[in-house]
Design a protein around this ligand. Structure first.
Ligand SMILES: Cc1cc2c(cc1C)[n+](S(=O)(=O)[O-])c1c(=O)[nH]c(=O)nc-1n2C[C@H](O)[C@H](O)[C@H](O)COP(=O)(O)O
Length: 500
């Protein structure tokens, strides 16, 4: 039976510690106690991860996965038990694991920020300094990660046909995307759970985007709350919303109209994830967290075989289809872009239903493995649109595997308006915080100016299809230069058993 709440202003650690079972489960988050007993079976991450902190302070585990307003939004008020005198709460003395000791050592000896000369350097540093679960979540792709690797190596199959003796003294790399002027044709794409990599989460990316006048796409599954990320923008800084459509369309309508009221300038509906892909590195790193039952369905209806992301994405509506698009057009004035389009027929359909744009993307290789790279689909799409006089009907974006300004230039030559970049900014943020994001964006700007000069173009309008040779793009077996960590990022169990 649940005791009545002791009638004292502030609870003590001892009061909370008594409620440490399935029958009566209280946890502390941000210095306040919550009775989550009735919530246990509904928790998308399963009851076990909460029970691991029953009667204790769960803040550290809670923080990266849940936006701060989660408890206010989803836990009934009478379950909010009020402040706890944190001096009376026993501090968990966590025995630092040998692995954690080694990681702390690597952090002490990590390279200075100035040693990072390109976006892959940030990936290399992040791999060595990030917590295993965070690295696993950010770096993983679906299944054998073939598409994740293909996204990057596809750019190496496109070769330039540079012009010479063009006056490139003044190079302008700026452009507009959905009518917003940006310094350089890339945006920070939506990537979930920013606080896995950095305690401040997505607002670090907001600040970096402001400094470089690039657009940030706010993820539905952000660690920060949507309003925190909006509040972090300055002046007329532009943000877009990435939307996972909820089975409950009223919730979706509220989210969309709130985003518009907060000044978002684009609605990117993610259409390549009716179910989240199977990211095995993410699964493996969750598996050894005894508190979470990611491997055990425990009889309820949420499949936890995908670590954190899958658990918190059980709301996504797999029945989303073309017939829903007119409804979206009716509930918002924001331009509507379909994110995750992977074939020319669907680009034509997007134009037909009145979408304002598409992102040719496979979710960074985290969804359908052996789906084609966005850049390959772009090379297929643009000639068809030009043939039908449709190339100016919508804005086409590409994301996946963009690591160099030459990748951005190739995408623009093929007809993209801009590209989305995900992991590099996560790795830069996770390794060096805002200075890391700042440097990563500046490196891309410097590379962009230099490479525009070298191919003989002084502004983005001059980036045309004749500057690239895409004959090699359709082959999917070319060896790629050994510069991609991706070739070594997949870590099948087989190596763990040192089997020959
Ligand atoms: C790296 C990463 C990507 C995610 C991402 C999380 C991470 C850590 N998440 S995920 O949890 O569902 O997989 C999202 C997401 O919330 N929504 C979305 O539309 N795309 C998501 N994406 C895909 C992202 O928007 C781009 O399509 C992808 O990152 C581009 O590839 P690069 O990382 O190689 O730049």
């Amino acid at each position: 039976s649940k005791e009545e709440r002791p009638d004292v202003g502030t609870l003590t650690g001892e009061d909370v510690a008594k409620h440490n079972s399935r029958e009566s489960c209280w946890v502390i988050v941000h210095g306040k106690a919550y009775d989550v007993t009735d919530f246990l079976p509904e928790h998308p991450g399963g009851p076990k991860i909460i029970l691991k902190y029953a009667g204790k302070d769960a803040t550290e585990e809670y923080e990266p996965i849940h936006p701060p307003d989660t408890l206010d939004k989803y836990l009934p008020k009478e379950k909010h038990l009020g402040p706890v005198n944190m001096e009376t709460v026993e501090k968990e003395v966590k025995e630092e694991s040998p692995e954690e000791k080694e990681r702390q050592e690597r952090i002490k000896n990590m390279p200075p920020l100035e040693a990072c000369y390109n976006l892959m350097d940030f990936e290399s540093v992040a791999r060595s300094v990030m917590k295993k679960t965070a690295w696993a979540y950010y770096s993983s792709g679906a299944d054998d990660e073939i598409t994740m690797r293909e996204n990057h190596s596809a750019f190496h199959k496109i070769w330039f046909r540079p012009k010479i003796l063009v006056d490139v003294e003044n190079v302008d790399i700026s452009t507009t995307m959905l009518g917003t002027k940006c310094d350089i044709p890339f945006y920070v794409t939506a990537t979930a759970l920013g606080k896995l990599g950095h305690p401040e989460g997505e607002v670090v990316l907001t600040r970096g985007a402001k400094k470089h006048n690039v657009i940030q796409m706010i993820p539905t599954l952000a660690s920060c709350s949507f309003d925190e990320i909006c509040d972090a923008k300055e002046g007329d800084q532009c943000q877009w919303l990435q939307l996972y459509v909820n089975k409950d369309r009223n919730i979706t309508k509220k989210i969309v109209q709130h985003a518009e009221s907060r000044g978002c300038k684009g609605l990117f509906i993610t259409v390549d994830a009716p179910q989240l892909g199977r990211r095995e590195k993410d699964m493996r790193s969750k598996f050894d967290d005894t508190g979470s039952n990611v491997q055990n369905t425990s009889g309820d209806n949420v499949d936890r075989s995908q670590g954190a992301a899958r658990a918190i994405s059980s709301f996504i509506d797999p029945s989303l289809n073309w017939k829903d698009i007119p409804w979206f057009l009716s509930i918002t004035k924001m331009p509507i872009i379909l994110k995750g389009v992977q074939r020319v027929e669907d680009v034509l359909k997007a134009i037909e239903v009145g979408a304002h744009g598409v992102v040719l993307s496979n979710h960074g290789g985290r969804q359908l493995d052996t789906a084609p790279s966005g850049i390959e689909v772009l090379a297929e799409v643009m000639p068809v649109l030009r043939e039908r006089g449709l190339q100016d009907k919508i804005e086409i974006f590409v994301d996946g595997g963009v690591r160099r300004a030459t990748d951005i230039i190739k995408a623009l030559c093929l007809g993209a308006k801009g590209v989305g970049i995900g992991r590099p900014f996560l790795f830069a943020m996770s390794s060096y915080g805002l200075p890391g994001v700042d440097r990563a964006m500046q490196l891309l700007k410097d590379e962009m100016v230099m490479n525009m000069r070298l191919i003989g173009a002084s502004k983005v309008e001059e980036l045309t299809p004749d500057l690239v040779d895409t004959r090699g793009l359709a082959t999917h077996t070319v060896p790629v230069p050994k510069d991609t960590l991706g070739l070594r990022s997949y870590d099948p169990l087989i190596t763990a058993h040192q089997m020959i």
